[in-house]
Design a protein around this ligand. Structure first.
Ligand code: GLU
Length: 440
């Protein structure tokens, strides 16, 4: 049975980059009727915050990415220490005492000599007495996993065949000097014990995957299928890493982006298939295939989310939005008509507010100098209320008759006088909704 997981570290709000990972894992699980685990990677007690755990759950719920169960790494420390003991017994785990400064110096020396900056395993040569001396002087060391220096290979669901020379990778630190278990060990133990079959994550994890494969094998686990999606860049190919903070899911929600607009885009961006707007999660699941994604960096433009959102909104029936329209204060008698007029003319639902204010209070008229007289003349001909769908036609026919104007020269000044702007809904439909007209 397929089991996937989304494993955010609760150290900030989740953003579009994380969403790609979450969505792909979710879709793979749902497509095969499997299990989708939300795993909170909170082994770092200083940086992990409960508020971020709540926030990320709220964000995923907003999107409808429901999980089958939650796991928390902070509650599984015993399991990680058990695995560490196992690695120690096997002779694959060793304590090292270099300070960050010493490691840095070693790296610089290696680079100067044109060698890759790989940890030199000096700690492996320490005698028991030397280790004791270091412990007395510096406290407990870090624990490194001793890689087998062969090639690590896997067939990646996005990148294809990957082969990494383990000798070019430093033995990873799995436990810090203060005893904190690091992500690499925790992740491997979880993936193995929770029966994770497919791991999809960003391509910044490719080297981690190489080392994790060896750790899984050492612990006797089954290596899952790995797929690494490409990283997102800005529209011009620029790095998004600094801007991701402003592309949090909650920001997008606050800007009025609709969940299915965001999901429709992210389920296809960077794949060989075109983006198709879906209104239904089942269709999204059906149309997803990770094998269609490419390894090239994927350009993401937040602006693309708005036309998609606008299209979703325009397709919405009155019944879906009646509550929101009533909340604006639109009288019941006008509410359905208000929606019929506005749905094609807004991008996000909050645009309705300005339109309703305009209908209720009228707009400050915009009248060009050469139209002053014309508008005054026209306003004098405006029929008395009540207005209906025929009023605009009757009125403008009379205005045309009296002033001799027609086409754009007739309609545009009237639109601008009544709505204060050059664009907007069909005037014939809008006029009956105008409770107040300020032009005279
Ligand atoms: N907590 C890790 C991250 O957010 C999880 C990576 C993984 O999926 O293994 O980068």
């Amino acid at each position: 049975m397929t089991t996937t997981r989304f494993a955010p570290s609760p150290t900030g709000y989740i953003h579009v980059g994380n969403l790609r990972t979450a969505l792909m894992n979710y879709l793979i699980a749902r497509k095969s009727g499997g299990t989708f685990i939300l795993r909170i990677d909170d082994t770092d007690p200083e940086r992990s915050k409960e508020a971020y755990v709540d926030a990320l759950k709220e964000d995923l719920e907003w999107l409808g990415l429901t999980w089958d169960r939650v796991e928390r790494q902070s509650q599984r420390l015993d399991q990680y220490h058990e695995a560490a003991d196992k690695l120690r017994e096997m002779g694959r785990f060793y304590e090292a005492f270099e300070t960050p400064t010493e490691l840095d110096l070693k790296r610089k020396k290696q680079l100067n000599m044109g060698r890759p900056p790989v940890y030199d395993r000096a700690a492996l040569a320490l005698t028991e007495a030397e280790r004791d001396a270091f412990r007395a002087e510096r406290g407990a060391g870090v624990w490194r996993f001793k890689l087998n220096q062969n090639r690590i290979e896997w067939n990646d669901g996005v990148l294809g065949d990957i082969s990494i020379d383990a000798a070019s990778v430093s033995d990873p630190v799995l436990i810090r000097g203060d005893g904190q278990v690091l992500y690499t060990l925790a992740s491997v133990v979880d993936d193995t014990e929770m029966g994770v079959t497919h791991v999809v994550r960003g391509s910044d994890h490719v080297t981690n995957t190489a080392t994790q494969i060896q750790i899984i094998e050492a612990l006797g686990g089954t290596v899952p299928s790995f797929a690494h999606h490409s990283l997102l860049t800005g529209p011009q190919g620029e790095s998004l890493s600094k801007r991701l903070g402003t592309l949090s899911l909650r920001d997008l929600r606050a800007q009025g982006v609709e969940p299915m607009a965001l999901l429709s885009l992210m389920a296809r961006l960077g794949s060989a298939d075109p983006v198709e707007l879906r209104t239904d999660m089942a269709e999204l699941i059906d149309g997803f295939d990770i094998g269609r994604f490419g390894s090239a960096p994927t350009k993401f433009d937040v602006a693309d989310l708005f036309p998609l959102t606008g299209r979703l909104i325009a397709a919405r029936d009155y019944a879906c939005v009646a509550g929101q329209i009533a909340a604006l204060g639109v009288p019941e008698a006008d509410a359905e008509q208000f929606w019929a007029v506005m749905r094609e003319n807004i991008t996000v639902m909050s645009d309705l507010e300005a339109w309703w204010t305009l209908c209720r209070d009228g707009a400050e008229p915009v009248i060009d100098d050469e139209d002053q007289e014309f508008v005054t003349e026209a306003m004098a001909l405006l029929p008395a209320r009540p207005w209906d769908a025929t009023t605009w036609g009757t009125w403008t026919a009379a205005v045309k008759e009296q002033t001799g104007r027609n086409g754009r020269g007739l309609f545009m000044p009237l639109r601008k006088a009544l709505t204060g702007q050059a664009h907007g809904p069909d005037m014939g439909q809008l006029l009956p909704l105008l409770q107040t007209v300020r032009a005279k």
